[in-house]
Design a protein around this ligand. Structure first.
Ligand code: NAD
Length: 293
């Protein structure tokens, strides 16, 4: 079994991106600029936004966080999005999800200028991705595609089972794996909460992407020997330690690792590659805006 090491890979890709950004600055260009809009006080969202800002700093990108109280009206939030859309010094905009219930998240996503939609959630970019056109890819499946590419994992003609059909992971993952690309060209089966014969389907898979949010759901008796196993899940599970919890993936790591050819750890796997996906998208937005592509 070989570990698909997000830490090592993320470090290597960050070094490449840093060099590229430095070369643009040497030409006299401004730095790429990522903006995050954060509504309310959700702890996990604050942590995610802080780590994105830290990544930007490490690479020589600018970042700005606009914070708004959870009571902000949808119209006021849309007006703030519009201000960022019109700001030519900002390349990428993310509105950290979830937003409070009184705000329609789809309206917010649809309001982001598609050329700044570095999360790749705007329906226009989703459509472009499905068509196989050059656009922003949702960060998690994008990060997984980079991982498959860099580890030179053969995907063509392989049967891939994606567990989970969310808009941010499962659906775009399936779409990317089925494209006529490398990595890609998989025969994809998408499983979800209503799938009846999930174990049998998983046993036929050469590649499994587990993205359902159920800690240690995928057990060794669901995995074919030699399968490639990608664990997207991040769940907090109560534990008797200082923090009071541990982070678990969707895969029972020890027992599945004994059967798999490649496997991602949690933490240290897909999560770090997701951060790279966002940085790559921000750089793409910058290159478009600066007219180099
Ligand atoms: P979601 O809750 O939106 O979707 C979960 C999907 O799993 C649904 O489509 C549902 O049909 C399916 N599902 C649920 N129970 C199932 C079951 N018993 N059998 C088969 N399918 C089942 O979740 P999401 O946003 O796609 O996230 C999934 C997991 O990935 C979560 O743990 C989340 O925290 C994690 N996540 C990690 C990253 C990362 O960077 N590593 C990024 C996004 C999400």
């Amino acid at each position: 079994m070989e570990l698909l090491d997000g830490k090592v890979l993320a470090k290597a890709i960050k070094a490449e991106l840093k060099e590229k950004i430095a070369s643009y600055k040497e030409k006299g260009w401004r730095a790429p600029h990522l903006c995050a809009i954060l509504v309310g006080e959700d702890g996990a969202s604050q942590t995610y936004v802080a780590s994105k800002a830290k990544d930007c700093e490490e690479l020589g990108m600018d970042s700005t966080v606009f914070r708004f109280p959870s009571g902000i009206s949808e119209n006021d939030l849309l007006a703030e999005v519009e201000k960022v859309n019109l700001n030519t010094n900002i390349d990428g905009l993310i509105v950290q999800m979830p937003v409070p219930e009184h705000i329609n998240s789809l309206n917010v996503m649809m309001h982001i200028d598609p050329s700044k939609d570095v999360d790749g959630f705007h329906p226009m970019n989703v459509g472009m991705m499905f068509k196989g056109l050059d656009t922003f890819l949702p960060a998690t499946p994008y990060g997984i595609m980079m991982m498959l590419e860099r580890y030179k994992i053969e995907t063509s003609g392989k049967h891939c089972v994606v567990i989970g059909r969310s808009d941010i992971v499962g659906k775009p993952m399936a779409a990317l794996l089925m494209q006529n690309t490398n990595p890609g060209n998989c025969t994809v089966t998408v499983c979800h909460s209503k799938t009846k014969n999930l174990r049998e389907l998983c046993l036929q898979a050469d590649i499994i992407v587990a993205a359902l949010g159920r800690p240690e759901f995928l057990k060794a008796d669901m995995v074919k020997p030699g399968a490639v196993v990608i664990d997207v899940g991040i769940s907090r599970v109560d534990a008797n330690n200082e923090r009071g919890y541990v982070i678990k993936g969707d895969v029972a790591f020890d027992e599945v690792a004994a059967k798999a050819s490649y496997i991602t750890p949690v933490p240290g796997g897909v999560g770090l590659m997701t951060r790279i996906g966002l940085l790559q998208n921000t750089l793409k937005a910058y290159e478009w805006h600066m007219g180099s592509k």
